[in-house]
Design a protein around this ligand. Structure first.
Ligand code: FMN
Length: 384
């Protein structure tokens, strides 16, 4: 086999990814007042050591009320920016690209960490120092019974939130990130504007698809203007709501055309989440690569780079998706939690790194000798 697609570099704007493996944004709910700490340095650092082309930092609030939980990081204070700097420096030192997803929780904000129940913050968490706040939404309609009722955003809220997104993008550059992704998925603020299930407005920011896309597109323009021109901008979408009467794939194709026209480089094709049943819940059968067809359709119809995500667990399947031209990048989530060195193990699987050059130098020096010694021993044994 020649060079696998998975290990073919990709240049987007001025950033070159050494391979196509992206660690998917995964909330860790472990920040304090939006400030990351040693946990995050070790957690994200190990993916960079594990050879990923890009390491995404989890959904990060553009404002205090934009955080999903009290444990989510933020990019709205200088202290938060300073705490990210050692993390971005370490990821770069390991020859990977630091990326961050910026978002606003909308009507799914002010909730418990998943392991606390995932519903609204309760007296138990408040006793431990957590806060509860009124979430914002396109309409004053709660996600479901028992969830907090959001404040319907007025024009001052819209302007402030747009400015928060722009400022968070500028802070991301200041913190050393090379890629920003706007979180426009999973029932959080921007996706709740897109979906007819959650956007019941009858002003210019609701109604038909163009009206529902207006605020997310204005946010995209503000972020693109604040984020350096030469750096890549990704957008994660829920390609479908997966609920009757909701956002459909043809809507995502139309959205992707508009995002492309506004200088977005990659569409990250997820789905679901506009429901109380789970962060990314949708009425979809979840088998290997179940969201890949979304990435493929958008890539083909819009002519924009796409990232495939969702139950892509083996190097051979990831390679197949890329080789067939169904996506440009592969995001790996839970399988990377199982194996943070997934990319390096994929390189071993393809037998393209016999000298361990893709490994951290501190490991490679030993492993190369260890491996040669073992191979020589096995050859001797076989000859005996
Ligand atoms: C612990 C955990 C946290 C997650 N947090 C986020 C997040 O912050 N932003 C996001 O867009 N998706 C989030 N997701 C979804 C993942 O990015 C990914 O899309 C999903 O897990 C499917 O990919 P996988 O099958 O490779 O895990 C999270 C998933 C997990 C397991």
């Amino acid at each position: 086999m020649g060079q696998p697609h998975l290990f073919t570099p990709l240049t987007i704007k001025s950033t070159t990814l050494s391979n196509r493996v992206v660690i998917s944004p995964m909330d860790q709910y472990s920040a304090v007042d939006g400030v990351v700490n040693d946990y995050h340095l070790v957690h994200y650092g190990k993916f960079a050591m594990g050879g990923a082309g890009v390491v995404f930092v989890e959904a990060t609030g553009v404002s205090e009320v934009g955080r999903i939980t009290n444990g989510c990081p933020g990019l709205y204070t200088d202290e938060q920016v300073a705490a990210f700097r050692p993390l971005t420096a370490f990821i770069k030192q390991q020859r990977s690209i630091p990326a961050i997803q910026i978002g606003h929780g909308g009507r799914k904000a002010s909730t418990q960490r998943p392991w606390e129940g995932g519903g609204p913050v309760s007296p138990d968490e408040i006793a431990k120092g957590d806060r509860i706040w009124t979430p914002l939404g396109p309409s004053d309609q709660a996600l479901a019974e028992g969830w907090l009722t959001p404040k319907m955003m007025d024009s001052a809220d819209l302007q402030r939130t747009k400015a928060d997104f722009a400022q968070a993008a500028a802070r991301a550059a200041d913190a050393g990130f090379e890629i920003v992704e706007i979180h426009m998925a999973h029932g959080y603020l921007l996706q709740s504007f897109l979906s007819p299930l959650s956007n019941r407005r009858n002003d210019g920011y609701g109604g038909d698809r163009a009206g529902r896309m207006r605020f997310p597109l204005e946010v995209t323009e503000a972020v693109r203007a604040a984020w350096p021109d030469d750096k890549p901008l990704f957008v994660r979408i829920s390609s479908v709501d997966g609920i009757d009467g909701g956002w459909e794939l043809e809507d995502s194709v139309a959205l992707a055309h508009e995002l492309k026209a506004r200088g977005v480089d990659v569409i990250d094709c997820s789905s679901g989440g506009n429901s109380p049943k789970g962060a990314t819940n949708a009425n979809l059968k979840r088998g290997p690569g179940f969201q890949v067809p979304f990435a493929q359709r958008i890539r083909e119809e819009v002519g924009i780079k796409t990232m495939a995500v969702g139950l892509i667990r083996t190097p051979q399947f990831a390679e197949e998706v890329l080789a067939d031209g169904r996506a440009d990048l592969i995001a790996v989530g839970r399988q990377a939690l199982v194996d943070p060195f997934w990319p390096l193990h994929a390189a071993q699987y393809f037998d393209i790194d016999p000298d361990f050059t893709k490994w951290p130098q501190q490991y490679a020096w030993w492993l190369e000798k260890w491996d040669k010694g073992l191979r020589a021993y096995e050859a001797e044994q076989a000859a005996e």
